[in-house]
Design a protein around this ligand. Structure first.
Ligand SMILES: Nc1ncnc2c1ncn2[C@@H]1O[C@H](COP(=O)(O)OP(=O)(O)OP(=O)(O)O)[C@@H](O)[C@H]1O
Ligand SMILES: Cc1ncc(C[n+]2csc(CCOP(=O)(O)O)c2C)c(N)n1
Ligand SMILES: [Mg+2]
Ligand SMILES: [Mg+2]
Ligand SMILES: [Mg+2]
Length: 318
């Protein structure tokens, strides 16, 4: 698609978000508006963190690849990592649900079971929702969270000289997607990573308490998501591939499929690991690994000092 063809594909996902958010005046109660993993709003009772992510059948999941319970777990998990990436603790979720009339009722109850399993993993519940008709299954989850007195860790706080670190696996869900896309169902470790991430929601809190200057959850791909930190913070970021964990399991799957496992680690989405920046020489919180450095503005996101030759991650409509 060309940029000027008048379609959303031509505009692109991130320019479209810019087009629908730029220039809108927010009330004073919007402490942090669109542009981060979650918003922060002031209420007379305090502050609330809020975020929403939509999952569409055929785009985000297939019910011949995943059980309905796994899809339900994923729908909640991908929202709770946006709350955690602000340095907040989830407090509740609401679930908008759309499906065709001939959808088996058991699919809806199994999806719900999965959503409750993941919610309970984070110590929260589903407190409301909505049910409507549509041509395919759409799950829209809204998650709320609480900062517990902390300042939100935004995408915009990285400074040149900070270290870049990650917590959680990278590349596994993309390897699973490649496996499923070729009609295979194993190895189950990577396939299950694609079906549902298993995020450590406390990792975001540990990062916030450990002085993280910026943070994001890796939904689209490490390079793409670090690109959001680089843009918001007006800095560059350089990743050292020698410090990335390319697991032997990914290497095995890559060899079997004729694919590059490092590309999955750098650009694969849906693992919902956390990436953050910390002041140089800070002791990194438990579970966090240094993978790079924040550089001067305008250098973009580089890999071993060079521009990466592929897309940095998933983009809808591309
Ligand atoms: N239609 C919209 N109206 C207002 N804000 C939007 C809209 N779509 C996205 N945003 C905002 O744009 C920012 C980036 O959204 P994006 O969906 O890329 O972030 P994310 O949820 O962290 O990533 P992902 O969807 O890959 O998990 C967020 O702050 C989001 O709230
Ligand atoms: C059936 C099927 N086809 C492709 C994919 C891959 N995929 C879909 S959305 C996404 C990025 C995150 O999305 P978002 O930005 O909406 O959070 C990725 C990597 C999948 N999961 N299922
Ligand atoms: Mg996010
Ligand atoms: Mg989103
Ligand atoms: Mg998200």
């Amino acid at each position: 698609m060309s940029p000027n063809d008048g379609t959303v594909a031509g505009t692109g996902e991130f320019r479209l978000i810019e087009a629908v958010t730029a220039g809108r005046k927010q009330p004073e109660t919007t402490l942090l508006g669109p542009g981060d993993d979650a918003a922060v709003v002031a209420t007379p009772d305090g502050r609330t963190v809020a975020t929403t992510d939509v999952l569409v059948q055929g785009v985000h999941f297939r019910l011949d690849w995943s059980s309905a319970e796994q899809v339900g777990r994923k729908a909640v998990a991908v929202n709770l990592t946006d709350i955690a990436a602000m340095g907040a603790r989830p407090t509740s979720v609401l679930v908008g649900f759309a499906c065709p009339p001939d959808t088996e009722t058991s699919v809806v109850t199994e999806l719900t079971q999965g959503m409750w399993i993941e919610a309970e993993r984070a110590g929260i519940g589903i407190v409301g929702g909505d049910m409507v008709r549509a041509d395919q299954i759409v799950i829209s989850v809204t998650a709320l969270g609480d900062l517990g007195g902390r300042e939100p860790v935004k995408r915009s706080g990285a400074r040149p000289g900070d270290v870049v670190a990650v917590c959680g696996r990278l590349g596994w869900a993309a390897a699973g997607l490649a496996v499923l896309g070729r009609g295979f169902r194993s190895p189950v470790s990577v396939v299950n990573a694609q079906r549902c991430p298993e995020p450590d929601y406390e990792a975001g809190l540990r990062a916030a308490d450990g002085g993280a200057t910026a943070m994001i959850d890796v939904s689209d791909g490490l390079l793409s998501d670090l690109g959001h930190i680089a843009t918001a913070s007006d800095v560059g970021i350089d990743i050292r591939t020698a410090d990335l964990d390319v697991s032997s399991r990914l290497t095995e799957v890559g060899t079997a499929l004729g694919a590059d496992p490092l590309k999955w680690v750098l650009t694969g989405g849906e693992d919902h690991a956390f990436a953050a920046t910390f002041p140089a020489f800070a002791d990194l919180p438990e579970g966090w690994t240094e993978i790079g450095v924040v550089t001067m503005p305008d250098s973009g996101v580089t890999v071993d000092g060079k521009k990466y030759g592929h897309h940095g991650g998933w983009e809808h409509w591309r």
